[in-house]
Design a protein around this ligand. Structure first.
Ligand code: ADP
Ligand code: GLC
Length: 468
């Protein structure tokens, strides 16, 4: 089968969060299963694209309302990701030093139009188009409704919701930017008097998937305004748990970490990595090290961190290290806390892929008290690196982490509150002191298989069901 994924992010080319990891891995695993899976993404002016060479394989112009823009399809010359990668270069709109910004509706609409214009020219058409998140949410609508894409409207289109909090809303004033369609169907674009690309995708895609079974259930009652729509379309929706790329996230070969290690020598290996982290961040290696990696946004519960960390550090003999960026106020509060807990607490405010691997490898526990977590990849990386996750039981976290009290291997809590976070940390501190169980659990979690093999197969079955 020929599958084309269309996405705003793809690791390692452009990554803001887990979307990139998924789109950088799933097609690779689908190819390993014998399918022909490729990715179309924007060509941004960022470090990865600056460091690599690309050749143009197609050039044309797109129409966006009153304007026309030149675009090119680029292919990598000096690297391969295990699948064909096509980058859409629209110099005036996409070639920026960021992935997301304030003018995204025009940028990503142009991206989607260019992608479909190019697919129109392909001699061998895809058997499935797989769109990811709202940035590609208008593709299912355009395939179904826009006159110019009529010849493509028999191609099954799947939309994956990675996070329903973000829907890509824009005003109906911009409706003329969408390639001409029968205006009596304009309602398909609408949700609550805005053009809502994610809602349009839910209405028009042949199948809608999301990234864990529990999140699929939760969306019926918490989907940032789309609850009724998702309940209505529930029959075509399915939750498929994300996997992780076990080639990239492999403690035995990871070149980012200080000391590579295997399951059998994880105690010494993790100790060496913890030493590096503690030396680098002025922390005491003898104390249990709790870490957080991620976006500092409300969904992740980050507004509670300053208070929760302060209390946890006062009540327990522990260290906390945070790697993340996002809300400026939270960043400032987290920075300010450093002066109160010198030697026990530190932060790296920013995005640092290499450091993230070192944190997964060197920490003892990983905190994820998310309010919303469609899947969450961090907890799966953490398991693979022998770091015990402490999570709020929600979405994908609920589907992947079982509490130690229920014969499991992690710590779960019910709510995203300072009280619950601190209680969970306290339980973990007690557990850390039980050296035998702590060691045993680290080995146990490193053995858990969350690779993409299973889920990649589930997606292929889904595409096949649409091609029958
Ligand atoms: P989300 O996509 O909601 O941010 P996920 O858990 O799915 O959450 O994925 C987050 C990904 O981004 C992981 O690969 C994580 O390691 C990475 N990440 C998040 N913040 C940072 C950061 N500040 N530095 C490095 N990597 C980060
Ligand atoms: C989103 C979600 C996250 C998920 C990721 C990949 O960013 O917030 O939970 O793991 O997408 O699907």
């Amino acid at each position: 089968m020929k599958i084309i994924h269309i996405s705003a992010e793809c690791y390692p080319v452009a990554k803001v969060g887990g979307l990139a990891d998924v789109v950088g891995a799933l097609p690779k695993y689908q190819n390993m299963l014998g399918e022909e899976s490729s990715v179309i993404m924007p060509y941004y002016n960022i470090a990865f694209t600056q460091q690599h060479e690309f050749e143009s394989i197609y050039e044309n112009t797109i129409v966006l309302g009153e304007n026309t823009f030149n675009f090119r399809i680029l292919k990598p010359v000096d690297f391969s990701l295990g699948f064909d990668l096509f980058l859409i270069d629209i110099p005036e709109l996409l070639f920026k030093d960021y992935v997301y910004s304030f003018d995204d509706s025009n940028r990503f609409l142009a991206f989607q139009i260019a992608a479909l214009d190019w697919i129109l020219t392909l001699k061998i058409k895809p058997d499935t188009i797989h769109c990811h998140d709202h940035h590609t949410g208008l593709i299912p609508f355009m395939l179904q409704e826009s006159f110019k894409y009529e010849s493509l409207n028999n191609i099954p289109v799947v939309t994956t919701i990675h996070n329903a909090q973000y829907q890509g809303w824009f005003s109906h004033d911009k409706v003329n930017l969408i390639p001409e369609f029968n205006f009596k169907n304009v309602g398909l674009l609408d949700w609550d008097n805005s053009i809502n690309p994610l809602a349009a995708a839910i209405k028009c895609a042949w199948k809608v998937t999301t990234v864990s079974p529990s999140y699929m259930e939760e969306l019926k009652s918490a989907a940032n305004g789309l609850e009724a729509l998702l309940s209505n379309e529930y029959k075509k929706c399915v939750g498929i748990l994300n996997g992780i790329d076990t080639n990239v996230w492999n403690t035995e070969t990871d070149t980012f970490i200080t000391k590579q290690y295997s399951i059998s020598n994880n105690v010494a290996g993790k100790k060496a990595n913890k030493k590096w982290l503690c030396d680098t961040f002025n922390l005491n290696i003898n104390k249990p090290l709790f870490a957080f990696i991620g976006r500092l946004v409300h969904e992740k519960g980050s507004d509670l961190f300053p208070q929760a960390f302060d209390l946890a550090l006062k009540d327990n003999d522990i260290s906390i290290l945070l790697l993340g960026s996002g809300n400026k106020e939270t960043e400032a509060e987290l920075e300010a806390l450093k002066t109160k807990h010198i030697g026990n607490y530190n932060t790296h405010i920013g995005y640092d892929e290499k450091l993230s691997h070192n944190v997964y490898a060197g920490a003892d526990f990983l905190l994820m008290p998310s309010r919303v977590e469609p899947c969450g990849l961090n907890q799966m990386y953490s398991l693979r690196y022998g770091t015990i996750p402490i999570v709020r039981s929600i979405g994908g976290l609920k589907d992947t982490i079982i509490d130690i009290e229920n014969n499991g291997f992690g710590f779960t809590h019910k709510n995203t509150t300072v009280e619950d976070i601190c209680k969970a940390i306290k339980r973990a501190v007690t557990f850390y002191k039980d050296e035998v169980s702590f060691k045993k659990t680290k080995t146990q979690i490193m053995n858990i298989d969350h690779s993409w093999d299973n889920s990649a197969k589930k997606y292929i079955e889904l595409y096949k069901s649409l091609n029958n």
